[in-house]
Design a protein around this ligand. Structure first.
Ligand code: NDP
Length: 288
């Protein structure tokens, strides 16, 4: 039977590092600040917002929320986003997605300056993930999964790593981050044939499909490391991951739970990115 790896320990280490970095920056008269941009009142946005506010507070980072109405026109949305972008007191911008239908993401995705784009909305940052250029900001969730692997000293070099899911937010950047660490990566999706045959070859299995408990014991090789990125909430508000943890833990060597796994590290990465953005912006202006 494998070990359940909680995200809390990793998150605590990162939080402490970020807090110390924030203090040093403050001594130079700069107040690191995150601006969350939320359109409407989606439950999952609100839950993430609460967690982010709490994390920023414990890291000593200022955090404000710009709340925009769900029926905002694209023109007014662009104006609001540009204002935040130009605000010199704001170092990192987190824009919740998906945006409402009247706003075309293709028309707005280049607006946030790459140096402030801490969750990889701007394609310039996405390109940096693919190039392995560390001056950018990979999306916080796959980076959180990587931090969990590194904290637990999982050997990535030469490993067979299988990523379930190919979204721009999780699956694809996750594959690139693993590749950068010399893993041999296979990316699966809804059209993949004989899925469990593929996943049973994985030394490291990352589940990011958004299908509650789809990954059962049949998907997992003995001794594999299983990272469950999925967040699925049913009508009663119960949260489950993409992995049947109870079943897979018998085979896996390490496995993350949901809740309490990747999600708890994501906000710590967000805080780390605000500090990185703050340094990047101020170095450009010759302050730090
Ligand atoms: P998307 O819906 O954008 O992507 C899901 C991916 O899974 C797609 O590539 C899809 O394939 C694939 N997929 C769907 N069904 C199957 C199937 N039956 N077999 C194989 N592949 C399948 O989701 P996201 O990437 O945004 O999110 C994935 C999960 O991660 C969700 O549960 C989400 O809630 C969670 N999440 C967690 C975060 C955290 O902080 N822990 C943050 C962000 C997301 P195809 O491309 O062919 O459609």
């Amino acid at each position: 039977m494998g070990d359940l790896i909680k995200g809390k320990d990793v998150a605590n280490v990162i939080t402490q590092e970020v807090k110390e970095a924030a203090e040093k920056i403050k001594q130079k008269g700069i107040n690191p600040k995150l601006m969350i941009v939320r359109v409407g009142e989606r439950e999952d946005d609100l839950a993430y917002e609460r967690a982010a506010l709490k994390r920023m507070e414990s890291c000593n980072i200022l955090c404000e929320v710009l709340k925009l109405p769900i029926d905002i026109s694209q023109e007014n949305f662009i104006l609001a986003l540009k204002k935040v972008n130009d605000d010199e007191s704001v170092h990192g911008i987190l824009l919740f997605r998906p945006l409402p239908k009247q706003i075309n993401e293709d028309d707005v995705k280049f607006i946030i300056r790459p140096e402030k784009d801490i969750d990889c909305f701007n394609p310039i940052n996405a390109a940096k993930v693919y190039e392995g250029d560390e001056t950018g900001f990979p999306p916080c969730t796959p980076l959180a999964a990587m931090e969990i692997l590194k904290y637990n000293k999982v050997n990535l070099k030469g490993s067979n790593s299988v990523v379930l899911g190919r979204s721009m937010v999780v699956g694809k950047p996750m594959a690139m981050l693993l590749l950068k660490e010399d893993a041999t990566v296979t990316v699966c999706h809804s059209k993949t044939k004989n899925l469990s045959d593929v996943t049973r070859n994985a030394d490291i299995l990352i589940a990011a499909v958004g299908k509650s408990q789809m990954v059962d014991g049949n998907f997992v090789k003995d001794g594999a490391v299983v990272i469950d990125v999925g967040i699925n909430v049913d009508e009663e508000g119960t949260m489950t991951g993409d992995v049947k943890t109870d079943e897979c833990i018998d085979k896996a060597s390490l496995i993350t739970p949901v809740p309490g796994g990747v999600g708890s590290v994501t906000t710590a990465i967000l805080a780390k990115h605000v500090i990185k953005a703050c340094k990047l912006l101020n170095k450009q202006e010759g302050v730090l």
